[in-house]
Design a protein around this ligand. Structure first.
Ligand code: BGC
Length: 334
């Protein structure tokens, strides 16, 4: 091959590469700007602030409640909240959305931060670039985020453990199914639960499995646990789809009546199962409040007000007997 041709080829490849890179960064920086102009094209004037809210799964019922809360705050204040998230749980994608929000220079970022390793560097980058960040639902307290709004995840695991002790009179062989072992909120919930039952002689945890935030996976894992430990008398699902998966599996195995199921989150289907006596207790979080308060606090930060390091929303245990009271108390927006 002659030298000129090789030189020509190298130049062409470099040129195409450079063009690709520029296009990528252009798209990255303009992604959110495009979204805001689309979304606000019907407004008579643009809202003062543009916030981005990044969830674990965009179309998940729990996260739609967080979005609803944020949108209610949007209707009260002069802000536009853009709600984003991967289709299926995918921390890499969340971090990519976070990076794009930084490139687009939005006014504030509200993000569920699933682990330190991946999220802290980007949260710090946003703050270094003058963009305030609030963590929601799951926190990375060692990052430069301004505040955290959400459940005290360790304490939610503890109250789950206490509920199990009360409901089983301290006698249970337990299998746990968690969304992901590498997510901080799941680690804290499991730890809180373990600590609560630690000194109860009659309670043993014999298996812990991951569902990858999939109801089908949770059902498969429940099958597997029961296959390997026929002595199991109780299951604890530490995130919204785990309890539903466990319940599906127990139904198929016709064990719904004798196995105790402790689920997380007040999704409609979970509450229906509670009412039918197929789930025994539910740890209820306040996703709507998380969404609403995060927008309020972001505005407080932007307008120079002091915020606390952490704002814990409530977590409570609901059983069939207190379902009506709980529903009345929280109204239509849990
Ligand atoms: C958690 C959320 C998670 C959801 C998944 C909830 O319990 O708080 O972070 O995305 O479950 O199903």
């Amino acid at each position: 091959m002659n030298r000129n041709f090789i030189l020509y080829l190298t130049l062409m490849v470099s040129f195409i590469g450079a063009l690709g890179f520029s296009f990528y960064f252009y798209m990255k920086a303009n992604y959110y700007d495009y979204q805001i102009s689309e979304a606000t094209s019907t407004y008579s004037s643009l809202p003062n602030y543009h916030f981005v809210l990044i969830s674990e799964e965009v179309d998940h019922e729990y996260w739609r409640l967080v979005e609803e809360g944020a949108k209610e705050a949007e209707a009260v204040y002069d802000v536009y909240v853009e709600y984003k998230g991967p289709r299926n749980s995918n921390p890499e994608e969340q971090v990519r959305l976070l990076d794009m929000a930084i490139a687009a220079k939005v006014d504030g970022i509200i993000v569920q931060a699933l682990n330190d390793e991946m999220f802290t560097p980007l949260i710090n980058k946003a703050v270094e670039n003058g963009i305030p960040v609030i963590t929601i639902d799951t926190d990375v307290p060692n990052s430069s985020r301004m505040t955290y709004i959400g459940t005290d995840n360790y304490q939610s695991g503890q109250i789950a453990g206490q509920a199990l002790i009360e409901d089983t009179n301290g006698e249970a062989v337990v299998g746990i199914i968690a969304n992901s072992f590498s997510s901080i909120h799941q680690q804290l919930r499991i730890q809180g639960f373990k600590d609560a039952v630690e000194n109860i002689e009659g309670i043993q945890i014999v298996a812990i499995e991951e569902s990858n935030n999939s109801r089908v996976r949770a059902a498969e894992k429940a099958d597997k646990i029961l296959g390997e430990h026929e002595e199991i008398t109780a299951f604890f699902g530490t995130s919204a789809l785990d309890g539903l998966g466990i319940s599906t599996s127990m139904k198929a195995l016709q064990r719904q009546d004798d196995i105790y199921i402790l689920a997380f989150d007040s999704l409609k289907e979970t509450l229906d199962l509670l009412e039918q006596g197929k789930v025994d207790a539910v740890v209820a979080q306040e996703p709507f409040q998380m969404g609403y308060q995060s927008v309020e606090r972001m505005l407080a930060i932007i307008t120079g007000q002091q915020v606390q390091n952490v704002y814990h929303t409530n977590t409570s245990i609901i059983r069939k007997s207190d379902l009506r009271d709980w529903q009345t108390k929280v109204g239509v927006n849990p």
